[in-house]
Design a protein around this ligand. Structure first.
Ligand code: ADP
Ligand code: MG
Length: 224
């Protein structure tokens, strides 16, 4: 479901060039749960941005959810990001003036050009379904400010699931959570995996990797 081959990624830092990923290979099977663990600055976010089509400026081959990311046009890549993958970040990125349901349905408003636009009623229905999957059906009308940190992250996960993506990519998803809320989020990822979603989490926290089927360590720009 995720196949990265010979990935290289360099950043220019003034005169210096920093090679963050060096000849990195990664395979995640369909329905697999993989954790990539590494210290701060080791390139975890960079790896996730490549796999998620957020960063197309890399060397090597990346095939994710059936798309060869190198061969996509900018518009195709946008459609890939909107439909094939869901993103979860450390800082939940919810809009404070919108309810949990509105935050969840928001990405559904950005339809790739040429694709049929769902009605607001349809989107609402899908948002409530996604909130139900994360155990928040009863808090759909709450504003983020009236939710706990763990609940906010579960809204962010519901939002990531809105398009029913094959792949869920999470960047330090428990970084802002206490142990109990973090555990609930990890349990949720395991439940998604049981539903057939492919999950890739990058983290520096060992407790996340305990739930994963495959744990890889990012060191010197490569996985082992
Ligand atoms: N846009 C960028 N420009 C320059 N350097 C970057 C950029 N993004 C990341 N880096 C560098 O790449 C390295 C890896 O960053 P990152 O992938 O964010 O690591 P991690 O997520 O593991 O903390 C760091 O040294 C960082 O400074
Ligand atoms: Mg990071």
């Amino acid at each position: 479901m995720i196949s990265l081959r010979h990935i290289r990624k360099r950043f220019r830092d003034g005169e210096r060039e920093v090679e963050v990923l060096r000849d990195l290979d990664l395979d995640v099977a369909r329905g697999g749960f993989t954790a990539v663990v590494g210290p701060s600055g080791s390139g975890k976010s960079t790896l996730l941005y490549v796999a998620g089509g957020l960063d197309a400026d890399f060397e090597g081959d990346a095939v994710v959810a059936g798309s060869d990311l190198k061969s996509l046009s900018a518009r195709e890549r946008a459609a890939f990001r909107n439909g094939s993958v869901g993103f979860v970040f450390q800082s939940f990125n919810l809009l404070p003036a919108l309810s949990a349901a509105e935050n969840t349905l928001l990405p559904g408003l950005f339809v790739p050009r040429g694709a049929p636009a769902p009605s607001l009623g349809q989107l609402r229905g899908r948002a409530l379904e996604a909130l139900d999957r994360v155990g928040l059906a009863d808090k759909a009308e709450r504003l983020p400010g009236r939710l706990s940190g763990g609940e906010r992250q579960r809204v962010a996960i519901a939002r990531a699931l809105l398009s029913r993506p094959a792949v869920l990519l999470a960047d330090e998803p428990t970084g802002n959570l206490d142990a109990v809320s973090g555990e609930a989020v990890i349990q949720l990822f395991s439940a998604m995996v049981r539903d057939g979603v492919t999950v890739l989490v990058v983290t520096h926290e060992e407790r996340v990797s305990e739930a994963a089927e495959q744990v890889l360590h990012l060191e010197g720009g490569r996985l082992r």
